[in-house]
Design a protein around this ligand. Structure first.
Ligand SMILES: *Cc1c(COP(=O)(O)O)cnc(C)c1O
Length: 370
C-alpha cells in the first residue's frame, strides 16, 4: 500500500478523524453476535437517540455510507404508487427523488434555484394540494451550502397522512437537529461529516408513525439488505443474524458519539459557528463571495465563488485546488453540478471546525492566489 499522507480535510467530507476514533477502529475485531458487541450496539443506539434528540426505539447505524441510509428510508417507506413530494435545490434532493422513484413512488418535485431554500408556507400549500404520503427535504445541502428550515412543517404533513423525511447528513452534530421536537418521521446521516469518523455507517432514526408504515406494507421492501423488518430485528428485536455488522466501524462510531457528548451539543454548534464566522470574514476580505442565499448559509459547508478572474488567470480553479493539495496537503471541495468550475466548497466539519484550521486554510489560499 502506498504511504497515506496526512491531509487536512476541508472539503464536503470526509472530515478530519479524531485520533481517539482511529484508535477505536484499531481494536480487536470480535464477532457480531459477541455479548460485548451487543453492548456496544446498545450504547451506540442510546447515544444516537441523545444526539438525534429522539426517543425513537428504531434508531440504528445502517451499514453503508449516508446514501445507504437514504435508500433504507426510501425503500422501506415508499410503496409503488405512493405520492411523494421532494424538494430539489441541489444534488442531494435529486438523488432522493431518484431513490423514491426506484421504490415505485409517484414523485412530484419542488425546485428552487441552487443556493436557495424552500419557503415552508409554499411547501405547506403543496402538501395541502397533493396530500403526499411522504415529504422529503435536505436540511444541509452540501452541494450549495444552504440551510433548510424544518421547524413548523410536520403538523401539516401529518394532518394529510404523510411522513416527513429529513436528510441531515451534513448538519448532524454541527447544527441543531431536533427529531422529536420538529416532528420528523425519519432521518438519516453519515459518519464522515460533522461526526469526524471515517465513512462507512449511516445512522438513521424512524418514528412510530414511520415504523407503522414500514410494518404494514402491501408489498415487500425491494431491498433485502436494507429491509427494516430484517435489520430491525438484529438491532432491536431478537438479535437474529441478518448481515455481518461492520464491527470495527461501530467501535469508531461509538467513540465519535462519546466525543460529541463529552463536548456537548451546544458547545459543538457554537464551535462550528465561530469557525465559520472567522472563515467567512477572511474569505470576504479576499474577494470571495458566497454562492448561497445569505440568510441560509451553513456553518460547516462554505460554498463560495472565487474572486473575479482568479480561476482563469491560474489555469482554472482545479489547478489552484491541486496546488493546495500538493503544496499544503489541504483538500477543499470542487463545485458540483450547476456550480462546477465556479465554486469551492470549504468544509469546517467536526474536528475541522476550529479557528487554527481556519488560519491554515486562509494562509494556504493566500499562498496560491498570490
Ligand atoms: C454526503 C451526503 C450524502 C451522501 O452520503 P455518502 O456518505 O456520500 O453516501 C447525502 N446527503 C448529503 C446532504 C450529503 O452531504
Amino acid at each position: 500500500m502506498p504511504t497515506v499522507p496526512h491531509r487536512r480535510l476541508h472539503g464536503p467530507g470526509p472530515s478530519p478523524v479524531h485520533p481517539r476514533v482511529l484508535e477505536a477502529l484499531g481494536q480487536p475485531c470480535i464477532g457480531h453476535m459477541d455479548p460485548v458487541f451487543m453492548r456496544i450496539m446498545d450504547e451506540v443506539r442510546s447515544m444516537l437517540q441523545q444526539v438525534f434528540k429522539t426517543e425513537n426505539p428504531m434508531t440504528l447505524a445502517c451499514s453503508g455510507t449516508g446514501s445507504a441510509g437514504a435508500e433504507m428510508l426510501m425503500d422501506n417507506l415508499v410503496e409503488p404508487g405512493d405520492t411523494c413530494l421532494i424538494g430539489i435545490n441541489g444534488v442531494f434532493g435529486g438523488r432522493l427523488t431518484d431513490k423514491a422513484r426506484r421504490a415505485g413512488g409517484e414523485v412530484t418535485t419542488m425546485e428552487v434555484a441552487w443556493g436557495e431554500v424552500f419557503d415552508l408556507d409554499s411547501v405547506k400549500q403543496r402538501v395541502v394540494d397533493l396530500k403526499p404520503k411522504l415529504v422529503a427535504l435536505v436540511h444541509a445541502e452540501t452541494s450549495t451550502g444552504a440551510h433548510q428550515p424544518f421547524e413548523g412543517l410536520a403538523d401539516e404533513v401529518h394532518k394529510h397522512g404523510g411522513l416527513l423525511v429529513m436528510d441531515c447528513v451534513t448538519s448532524f452534530t454541527g447544527l441543531p437537529v431536533e427529531i422529536d421536537a420538529w416532528g420528523i418521521d425519519a432521518a438519516y446521516t453519515g459518519t464522515q461529516k460533522c461526526l469526524s469518523c471515517p465513512p462507512g455507517l449511516a445512522p438513521v432514526t424512524l418514528s412510530e408513525r414511520a415504523m407503522h408504515k414500514a410494518k404494514n406494507r402491501r408489498t415487500k421492501c425491494n431491498s433485502w439488505y436494507l429491509d427494516l423488518s430484517l435489520v430491525g430485528n438484529y438491532w432491536d428485536g431478537d438479535r437474529a443474524y441478518h448481515h455481518t455488522a461492520p464491527v470495527n466501524m461501530n467501535y469508531a462510531l461509538h467513540e465519535a458519539l462519546s466525543i460529541v457528548l463529552e463536548e456537548g451539543l451546544e458547545a459543538r454548534f457554537k464551535r462550528h459557528a465561530a469557525a465559520h464566522e472567522k472563515l467567512k470574514a477572511g474569505l470576504l476580505e479576499r474577494g470571495f463571495t458566497y454562492a448561497t442565499d445569505e440568510h441560509h448559509v451553513l456553518p460547516m459547508l462554505n460554498c463560495v465563488n472565487l474572486p473575479g478572474g482568479v480561476g482563469e488567470r491560474s489555469g482554472g480553479e482545479g489547478a489552484l485546488r491541486k496546488r493546495l493539495l500538493n503544496e499544503f496537503d489541504l483538500e477543499v471541495g470542487a463545485g458540483l453540478g450547476a456550480f462546477a468550475g465556479k465554486c469551492w466548497r470549504i468544509g469546517l466539519m467536526g474536528e475541522g471546525a476550529r479557528e487554527e484550521h481556519v488560519d491554515f486554510i486562509l494562509k494556504s489560499i493566500d499562498a496560491v492566489l498570490n
